[in-house]
Design a protein around this ligand. Structure first.
Ligand SMILES: [Cu+2]
Length: 671
């Protein structure tokens, strides 16, 4: 990314230069120009803060008209002969149409009046195109602001009722108490209607390096109005001792001496990596894609193609929710939508070579903005590298004596974010055999409580008197598919026993049962590991040499969907997580599975609304929404910092090629 000259804010009205590609990340100059446009429209008067600021991507048709999907085929071997689809031509080439308008979206919160506005502006026409004022009772609220963290601590520290609750526990030095602003959810409790609020739990920090999560002050919660800047309710329900054991994993007295015997592992690529990175365009072994980054979603991948053939138009993880399962009176409301309420991209880590990432690394920065809409570049935000991944294929033939083996590799595109106590790594892998994998790495510190005593079913004891409540992590992947073009359909594929009878006398018959999911209501589906259930996205236009539709198959993991009770407000707010699969017909407005405004939303937004029209899906431009992630009953080994736990899914070519596409991979040592 180049540093363009930045105009002083508030001057001039000439449009800033647009980036080369309509999906390129917003530049610092564009963010500032957009802020000027909002200011001129009177939307930044008074104490207005940006809760979100990012690119309003052009609709797919406009992007494809300007810059058709799929790569130029400049990287990797061209598809050859029997490997390829019989007629699976790509759509390549450079810009062909007029560039779409460059638009930005800003979520604005007036922190004095509480008024919340969703504004879209055009950098080309220098105008605000729309500015919608939210009705908090119907729409919920905009995400948590950066300033809310410090503000909440100030507010609770100054509140007499909260101080009294702390004093009853012998905690009179409030400077040692950390306040954690937790999103409130939506409950019909008196006094909460329409308020922009958070619920605050407290943790003791005995000195700068002391890990506060080790010392929860459980049994007390402060409900804070962020606009009135006051505590409006203190729940002081349970008398539970504050756990005392240190969780400071940096402290040698806690950690113990460092182990020895680990000799260096060096990753070397003497001729450099095999990928190419040109601006935001990444190419490797036939793969081509564009890299995007957004303060809300984090990493997004665009126009993913293989051997010049489109596969996925856009892939991202646009929501996740972490519902906690402890019904305690001061924590029953704990369920965080880390993406829609806190914005996972905003908390992106700056990665360190040799520490976070090994080998020949290419980094891309991410430009995000603060509460004033002022851009800030985070260096080393997106990590791109190549990894050896063990065996690709191998065979020793008993008849021919042929002994062959090939090494698998993958291209890795990733970022890490820290949202409160947890850290999440979002990894996308691209393999030599056409497989795409998404893996989330979950680490950091589990959320803690006071452990009430033996037999307590809703938490694990992870240190003396310290509990870690059971919870789920439910991610939603949005996979805007484009398998060999826009005309796609989705099929559910089960492996089932064949019917007993004359054709199956010994009962060994197995067969594939394929069900075309022809409408949105039919396509809300769940995993069935006992049937090896997968979902495949087929082209309704292209076929392989067997005359079968070219396809990519989604391989899910087996984990439960949302376990909260139907009828609960969480169930309504996280409806996307009640199924493993949803399929929608592409609509540029359908981007977030729990809706555009998640914070304190009453429920029913997102996928339930998107699918209410029950659009037909056969031969259409389809989007898969896949829910995945673990149910986590913490282990003692997860404390005080949790070894990485993984979850994810895989997309595999299925008849996309007409045979193993990696026969041309050279044997080891023969590159
Ligand atoms: Cu967890």
């Amino acid at each position: 990314m180049t540093d363009a000259a930045i105009r002083p804010a508030g001057t001039g009205a000439a449009p800033v230069p647009a980036p080369v590609h309509p999906l390129d990340p917003v530049t610092a100059e564009e963010y500032r120009a957009g802020r000027d446009i909002l200011a001129r429209a009177g939307l930044l008067t008074g104490q207005v803060r940006f809760a979100y600021y990012g690119l309003e991507e052009p609709p797919k048709a406009e992007v494809l008209a300007f810059a058709p999907a799929a790569g130029s085929g400049s990287c990797g071997a061209a598809d050859g002969g029997a490997n390829g689809a019989a007629d699976g031509g790509g759509v390549g080439g450079g810009p062909v149409g007029a560039p779409p308008d460059r638009r930005l979206r800003a979520f604005l919160v007036n922190v004095v009046t509480g008024e919340s506005t969703d504004a879209i502006l055009s950098l080309r026409s220098q105008k605000v195109l729309s500015a919608r004022t939210l009705d908090p009772r119907r729409d919920g609220h905009l995400p948590i602001l950066d300033q809310d963290f410090a503000l909440c601590e100030e507010i609770v520290h100054a509140d007499e009722g909260w101080r009294a609750a702390m004093a009853r526990r012998g905690l009179t030095d409030v400077s040692k108490i950390r306040a954690c602003p937790l999103t409130a959810g939506h409950y019909d409790d008196p006094g909460e209607d329409g308020r922009r609020m958070v619920r605050v739990l407290a943790f003791v920090q005995n000195g700068k390096s002391d890990l506060p999560w080790a010392h929860p002050v459980d049994g007390v919660a402060a409900y804070v109005d962020l606009i009135e800047r006051k505590v409006f309710r203190v729940i002081d329900a349970l008398d539970l001792a504050v756990p005392q054991e240190s969780g400071d994993y940096d402290d040698p007295a806690v950690r113990g001496p460092l182990r020895t015997g680990l000799r260096p592992i060096e990753i070397t690529q003497p001729d450099g990596p095999s990928f190419t990175l040109d601006g935001q365009t990444l190419g490797w072994q036939g793969w081509s894609m564009r890299i995007g980054f957004d303060a809300r979603e984090g990493l997004s991948l665009h126009q993913i193609s293989l051997d010049g053939r489109p596969v996925v138009y856009r892939a991202s993880i646009p929501e996740m929710v972490v519902p906690y399962g402890d019904p305690s009176p001061t924590r029953h409301w704990q369920n965080y939508f880390d993406t829609g309420e806190y914005l996972v991209g905003k908390w992106v880590n700056s990665l360190e070579r040799g520490c976070d990432c090994l080998g020949e690394i290419a980094y891309l920065p991410a430009t995000i903005t603060d509460g004033d809409g002022e851009p800030r570049e985070v260096g080393n935000a997106i990590c791109i590298h190549e990894e050896d991944f063990g065996m690709l294929w191998k065979h020793t033939d008993i008849f021919t004596g042929s002994v062959q083996a090939r090494r698998q590799r993958r291209l890795v595109v990733s970022f890490f974010t820290t949202v409160g106590n947890y850290d999440y790594g979002f990894y996308w892998y691209f393999y030599l055999d056409g497989t795409i994998e998404c893996e989330i790495k979950l680490t950091g510190v589990v959320f803690t409580s006071a452990y009430p005593g033996p037999g307590y079913p809703y938490a694990a004891e992870v240190a003396p008197g310290l509990g870690a409540p059971v919870h789920q992590h439910l991610f939603s992947a949005r996979l805007d598919m484009m398998v060999d073009g826009l005309a796609n359909a989705v099929e559910e594929v089960d492996i089932v026993p064949g019917p007993a009878g004359p054709g199956n006398p010994q009962g060994n018959a197995l067969l594939q049962r394929v069900t075309r999911l022809v409408s949105e209501s039919q396509a809300a589906r769940d995993v069935a590991p006992e049937r090896a259930r997968t979902w495949r996205v087929v082209s309704t236009e292209k076929t392989n040499r067997f005359g079968q539709a070219t396809a990519f198959t989604l391989w899910p993991e087996a984990a439960p969907t949302l376990l909260a009770s139907p009828g609960s407000t969480l169930y309504d707010r996280a409806r996307f997580a009640t199924h493993h699969l949803w399929v929608t017909r592409y609509d540029p407005a359908h981007r977030y599975p729990a809706g555009d405004y998640v914070n304190q939303h009453p429920g029913g937004a997102g996928l339930p609304q998107y699918t209410a029209g029950d659009a037909s899906l056969d031969g259409e431009d389809v989007v898969l929404w896949h829910t995945f992630g673990p149910a986590h009953f913490p282990r003692p080994e997860d404390w005080p910092v949790m070894p990485v736990s993984r979850c994810g899914f895989t997309l595999k070519p299925t008849g996309f090629f007409s045979r193993n596409p990696t026969l041309d991979v050279p044997p080891p040592g023969c590159h």
